[in-house]
Design a protein around this ligand. Sequence first.
Ligand code: ADP
Ligand code: MG
Length: 278
Amino acid sequence: SIPLGFFGGIGASSRNGILVKGGNFLEALNEVGTVVFDKTGTLTEGVFEVTEVVTDMDRHEFMGLAALAESSSPHPIAKSVVDAYNGQIDRSMIREAKEIPGMGVSLTTTDGDVYLAGNSRLVSVEGESNQGTRIHVSKNGRHIGTIILSDRLKANAKETIAHLKKRGIATVMLTGDIRENAMSAASDLGIDEVHYQLMPEDKLRILEEKLGTGRKLIFAGDGINDTPVLARADIGVAMGAMGSDAAIEAADVVVMDDDPMKIATSMDIAAYTRTIVY
Ligand code: ADP
Ligand code: MG
């Protein structure tokens, strides 16, 4: 039988916009030693602003191609590129659109042109500077332009990290983003440990290395390139508003409004629930 108090804890969670998928996760929330965060969309807004477009083409025409290439991708960068283009996207031009996790997207048009949009691992460029997030676009192997975007830390992110650290919980950030962006976010937030430029499989490997080494481990992500990690953690926490359906399904806890502080709130509710149950 399940102690009644767990239902109380689940109810209290849901009133706070936190979906906890069972009493066993409430119990586990009392034993957390480490919280591992994905960066983009979890600690940052995941709503990128285009700060610069560098291209020899007509800017509007170039942005139209970039938006077309990104129009099939669920990635926050892709959504931001699509939003930044104020024109019509003719999706009937798409023959095939592919996501290349941790790198970008590839698009084949009905004319047979192949466009790539993504980081320098996908589209190599000479003299790459490392400021902001740079999305390079190529057409049939030739670089045709670069979009520079910037993301912002979530309002509550720094407070969340401080709060967790005060409880003696270790904080870790995993990201597919480049070193410069990872380090500046981590130092602004006060995060203990950072791993950057990770492919989705690297995130899973690092998480697995940390599992079973002590207390319970939370992974918090938005499900874009990290759903397997969400599924593998002791407690997978999905950001439910921006996150994908797959993330909500794979997660054990869903934060409906994407506020990272709700991770700490869920622990408070779990602790309070335990005082009622026992
Ligand atoms: P994070 O770990 O920060 O959430 P991801 O693993 O989702 O990052 O992506 C890592 C990097 O891969 C991004 O910073 C970006 O450079 C590139 N990338 C991934 N998806 C896309 C996309 N749809 N369009 C352009 N770039 C992308
Ligand atoms: Mg992500």
